[in-house]
Design a protein around this ligand. Structure first.
Ligand SMILES: Nc1nc2c(ncn2[C@@H]2O[C@H](COP(=O)(O)OP(=O)(O)OP(=O)(O)O)[C@@H](O)[C@H]2O)c(=O)[nH]1
Ligand SMILES: [Mg+2]
Length: 330
C-alpha cells in the first residue's frame, strides 16, 4: 500500500482468484470422468481434459478440452510421440497453473496418452506456484495384460516423485463380474474421490480448516499414499458403519496408532441439517478409536484428526456424508 493511499484508507487486497483448484483429466478414461464431474458444477475449479483422440475430445461437453497432437488419431500406443506432443501444450498448462493453490491430476494408468501426458504435466508443475499437487490414479486389472499392469505400477512410482500426495484405485481390488461393470464402478469412485478432495480447498468450511491441513496430511503420509473412505446415509447408518471403522480401511492399518494423520469432513445438505446433527463430530474420534478395540488416548485423539464441515446442496436433506482422507505410517 502506498503512503498516499493509506491517507485515503485504500487497502490493497490481492484480487480474489477465479479458481483455487485446477483438475487435469489426461487420456480417454480419465477425461470422461473429469468431464462428468465438470457437468455437476465444481465451484472455484478449472476442469480441463487433455486427450489425443479427436472423437473422445469431441465428446467432452462440460470441461475445457485440449487435443494433444495434430491428427486426433490417438497415441497409437507410442509413448515417445505422446510425450513429445504433450510438451507442445505446456504453455496452456502453465497458464492454467498460474492461478490455483491446488492441482489435481486424474489419470487411468495403462494407456500411452494418460501415462505420457501426466508425466509431462506433473514435471512442469514443479516450477509452478501451486502449493499442493495431488495425483489420482487407477491401476489396470491383470486381465487387461500383466505387462500393462506392471508398466503402470512402475509409472506410478515415477509419477509419485512429482506429486505431493497420491490416491490410487487398484482395479484388482474392485469386485465386479465383468470389465465393463468394473470400469463403471471405478468411474463412480474416481468422481467421488476427486470431488471430495477438490472440495477441501474450494468450498468454504464451517469450521476453521485450510490448505495447510491438506498439506500436512500429504507430508505425513508414508510414500505419499492417501486412503479415501466415504460414507453417505442417515445418522443411524453412519454411526453403524463407523462402529466398525477399521473394517473400512486397507489391511495395513492394524491399530489406530498406524494412522499418522486424517482429515475428517462432515457434509450436510443445508444449515438446518447441520444444526440438527452438528454434535456428531464430538463423539466421532472416540468412536473411531474404540472401533479398533483400543482405549482412547487423549494425545492421539487431539492431534490426529483435522475436522472440516461443509454444506453440499447435492445431498438429500436427511443424509449426512462423511469423507475421510487417511495417511498411514507405513
Ligand atoms: N474407470 C475407467 N477406467 C477405464 C475405462 N476404460 C479404460 N479404463 C482404464 O484406463 C486405462 C487407460 O485407458 P485409456 O484412458 O483409454 O488410455 P489413454 O490414456 O487414452 O491412452 P491411449 O488410448 O493408449 O493413447 C486402461 O488400461 C483401463 O485400465 C473406463 O471407461 N473407466
Ligand atoms: Mg485413449
Amino acid at each position: 500500500m502506498k503512503v498516499k493511499d493509506a491517507d485515503k484508507l485504500v487497502i490493497d487486497f490481492p484480487p480474489d482468484p477465479d479458481y483455487y483448484a485446477a483438475v487435469f483429466g489426461v487420456g480417454g478414461a480419465a477425461g470422461r470422468v473429469v468431464d462428468r464431474l465438470a457437468g455437476r458444477g465444481m465451484p472455484k475449479t478449472r476442469m480441463c481434459v487433455f486427450g489425443m483422440n479427436s472423437q473422445e475430445i469431441d465428446d467432452v461437453s462440460f470441461a475445457e478440452k485440449y487435443l494433444i497432437g495434430d491428427d486426433g488419431l490417438g497415441s497409437g500406443k507410442d509413448y515417445i510421440t505422446a510425450m513429445e506432443a504433450s510438451r507442445k501444450l505446456l504453455p496452456v498448462v502453465n497458464e492454467i497453473l498460474s492461478v490455483p493453490v491446488m492441482a489435481v491430476y486424474v489419470v487411468c494408468l495403462g494407456g500411452a496418452t494418460g501415462e505420457s501426458c501426466a508425466k509431462t504435466f506433473l514435471m512442469e508443475a514443479q516450477s509452478s506456484a501451486v502449493k499442493a499437487r495431488m495425483l489420482i490414479a487407477t491401476l489396470p486389472h491383470h486381465l487387461e495384460g500383466e505387462d500393462k499392469r506392471e508398466r503402470a505400477k512402475r509409472m506410478l512410482e515415477e509419477l509419485k516423485h512429482y506429486a505431493d500426495g497420491v490416491m490410487v484405485i487398484d482395479y484388482e481390488n474392485i469386485d465386479a463380474t465383468s470389465i465393463s461393470s468394473l470400469y463403471k464402478r471405478a468411474d463412480d469412485m474416481l468422481v467421488d474421490m476427486t470431488r471430495a478432495f477438490v472440495r477441501l480447498s474450494t468450498v468454504t468450511s464451517i469450521l476453521c480448516f485450510d490448505l495447510n491441513d491438506t498439506r500436512t496430511l500429504m507430508r505425513l503420509a508414508k510414500d505419499k499414499i492417501i486412503d479415501f473412505v466415504t460414507l453417505t446415509g442417515n445418522i443411524d447408518y453412519i454411526k453403524d458403519r463407523l462402529k466398525h471403522f477399521y473394517k473400512l480401511l486397507p489391511a495395513r492399518y492394524v491399530s489406530i496408532a498406524d494412522i499418522s494423520d486424517m482429515i475428517f469432513e462432515e457434509c450436510f445438505a443445508n444449515l438446518d441439517e447441520f444444526e440438527r446433527f452438528k454434535n456428531i463430530g464430538e463423539f466421532l474420534p472416540d468412536a473411531l478409536t474404540c472401533s479398533f478395540g483400543e482405549e482412547i488416548v487423549e494425545s492421539e485423539k487431539v492431534d490426529m484428526v483435522a475436522f472440516s464441515i461443509s454444506l453440499d446442496k447435492e445431498m438429500k436433506s436427511d443424509d449426512i456424508r462423511i469423507n475421510m482422507f487417511i495417511a498411514c505410517k507405513h
